[in-house]
Design a protein around this ligand. Sequence first.
Ligand code: ASP
Ligand code: MG
Length: 412
Amino acid sequence: MGRVVQKYGGTSVAGPERIKAVAQRIAKTAAEGNEMVVVVSAMGKATDDLVNLAHEISPVPHAREMDMLLSAGERISMALLSMALIELGWDAISFTGSQAGIVTDTSHTKARIIEVKAHRIEEALAAGKIVIVAGFQGVSTERDVTTLGRGGSDTTAVALAAALNADVCEIFTDVAGVFTADPRTVPNARKLPFVTYEEMLEMAASGAGVLALRSVEFARTHGVVIHCRSSFTEEPGTLVTEEENLEKALVTAVAQDTSEAMIRVGGVPDRPGIAARIFGDIAKERINVDMIVQNVSREGKADLTFTMPKEDLVRSGDAVRRIVSEIGAEDFSADSDIAKLSLIGAGMKTDPGVAAEMFSALAEEGINIEMISTSSIRISCVVNAMDIQRAVRVIHDRFGLEGAPAGAASRA
Ligand code: ASP
Ligand code: MG
C-alpha cells in the first residue's frame, strides 16, 4: 500500500462533469489500495472572477480580506469533489487549508508555508478516508486565513507530500507534462520525460507556467519527486527530480515570458551608491525587479535598464520619475512591448558555445536583442514582443529540441 498526494488544477475541476471524472480517477488509485490526499484548485477561472469582483469594490483591496475572499474558490471545489467521491461510495472528507494544518507566515496574498501540522489528515487517513484539501490557502501564525500567491495549490500539494511522507506527488493539469517549449508556440515541442529541480526552477522563473515556482523550491528543499501529468489522459508525464548521474542534455527547453516590462534610466551619474539608491526605492515599493543591465559609462554617465512585472510598471515609473531628478539622471523611458526568451539546460554549465549559438541564430533571423542575462544553466534575452514567437521557434529549431538530441535521449 502506498501513499499518494494528487493535485488537480482549475481546468481539471472546471465543471460538474469534470469533477465527477476526477473523482473516478481518484477512486481508481484508491481502489489499488493507496492512501489518498487530494489537493484542488478553484474551479476554472473562479479565482480570476473573485479578483475582478474585489477590484470592483476597491482599487487596492485590503490584503486580509482579499485572502478571505480568494480562499472561497477552493472551498467550493473541495466540497464538490468530496461529494462526488461519496456519491461513488467512498468515504471522503474535505478540509480547508487551516483544517489541514497548513501554517503560514502573515504576508497576505503571498504567504509562505512555515509548518504543516498534518495530524488531522493522518487521523482521517487512518480512518480509511480519502482526504480532499483546499489548495492555495493556509492559516497564519496570527490565525488569519492566508493565500499562497497565484498558482499556489501546487505548493500545497508538495508541502503535504513532504509532511505526509508520500510516495509520490502527482500534479494533474491540462497539459501532458513539461515540454521543450510552449506547444502553442512550437507545435513540434517534445514532452520531457524528466527534468531536474534546477532546470524546473529556471523554467518556472522564466515564464513556463506548468508548475508554480515556489512548489519547485519546496520540492527541491524537501526532496519531493513531482510527477506532472495530464488529468485527461493516462500517459505518464514529466518527473521533476534530483539530478541523475546520466549524461546531461546541453539544452533542455526554451521558455517565454511576456509578463514583464522594461524601464531605461539614461545618463545616470556613475558614482558609488546610485544603483543602491534606485533599487532601494523600488524595493520599498515591493516591486520585484528581474533583469538589470548597466552599460559601461562614458563621461561619468551610464544607462541603467531593468525589467519588472507589467502590473508594476506604473508604480516603478512613478518611483523612477522621483529619483531621476534627485540623483541628477538625464531621462527615463518605459516599454511594455517586450518579451523574454530563455534557453535552459543543465548541460550548458560546462559548454562554452551555447550563448554564441543562440545569439547568432537570433541575428540570422534579424531579431534584435535588447538585454541579456545568464545563470549557470540559463541564457535569457529580452526582445521586442512582436518577435517572441518567431524567436522561440528559431531557437527551438537551432538546438534540435524537437527531435531527440543526443543528451536528452540519453536521459530518457
Ligand atoms: N486558484 C488559485 C489561482 O488561480 C490557486 C491555484 O490554482 O493554484 O491562482
Ligand atoms: Mg495552477
